[in-house]
Design a protein around this ligand. Structure first.
Ligand code: ADP
Ligand code: MG
Length: 254
């Protein structure tokens, strides 16, 4: 089982979209995949059309050690894809966790005995205890980067956080890749940002780029991954391509 945190401290950069669509594309090639929704807003749960869950039957209960993860895993309508939904209660978890022992390894412990090929953690923005738990529980991280003017701002801070997690609680944490999202081919800014990011980070950047595509946001509002909404859309095609590249990197041990 590989656990992958989809993380960037900024909101609105494509974390949830990437989690849902990469997970769906992997389930489509017969991988057994779990999404853990750790954002109190619950976008990856609603983006998969999941009904609202109550209090503890959620990632909140799991993080606080009050329920077993296996008891709150829900099947989605995508074959092979499962989810642990979040609730708004999760917003309080930062404070509640702070008062507990093992506060940085709650999630790691909770996910340790599950049986999946991949677990994707849809992270909230910021660098709070929830995200420290995410980074501690993960083998790999994927960093979605929105192609906009301030894209690179904050990356240094993210890499510093990763480094400090590595040197303290999770020495094996790898950066699986930086993913350029919401790329606009008609816009010079997107191209400039791509060149910048590739020259800074080289091979860490996925070759696959996710274009800005209205089908992606439309799909989310219907509670569907874009791959099921419109498989011919540029958004669907690029997430399928990302899954292929991700699996290629996995088999090369990257
Ligand atoms: N490639 C894309 N093209 C168009 N809209 C996108 C794309 N990726 C994400 N979006 C939309 O942008 C918004 C923010 O994306 P989201 O994945 O929720 O970001 P995050 O989880 O980082 O906050 C959502 O409304 C989503 O539907
Ligand atoms: Mg999100």
């Amino acid at each position: 089982m590989k656990t992958v945190a989809v993380i960037n401290q900024k909101g609105g950069v494509g974390k949830t979209t990437t989690t849902i669509n990469l997970a769906t594309a992997l389930a489509a090639v017969d991988k057994k995949v779990l999404i853990v929704d750790l954002d109190p807003q619950g976008n990856s749960s609603t983006g998969l059309g999941m009904p609202k869950v109550r209090g503890l039957e959620s990632s909140y209960g799991v993080l606080l050690g009050m329920v077993h993860a296996k008891d709150v895993i829900q099947e989605t309508y995508v074959k092979g894809l499962y989810v642990i939904s979040s609730t708004i209660d999760l917003a309080a978890a930062e404070v509640e966790l702070f008062q507990q022992s093992d506060r940085e390894s709650r999630l790691k412990k909770a996910l340790s005995n599950l049986d999946f090929d991949y677990v994707f953690i849809d992270c909230p923005p910021g660098f709070g205890l929830i995200n420290i738990n995410s980074l501690n529980a993960s083998n790999k991280i994927i960093i979605p980067l929105q192609c906009e003017f301030y894209a690179l701002e904050g990356l240094t801070q993210l890499f510093n956080t990763i480094q400090s997690v590595r040197s303290t609680i999770n020495k094996d944490l790898m950066v699986g890749g930086i993913l350029l999202t919401m790329y606009d081919r008609r816009n010079n800014l997107s191209r400039t940002i791509e060149e910048d990011v590739r020259s800074h980070f080289g091979n860490l950047v996925f070759d696959t780029v996710i274009p800005r595509n209205v089908r992606i946001s439309e799909a989310a509002s219907y509670g569907r991954p874009v791959i099921l909404h419109d498989i011919r859309s540029s958004g669907a095609i690029s997430y399928i391509e990302l899954a292929r590249e991700f699996l290629g990197r996995e088999s090369n041990g990257e």
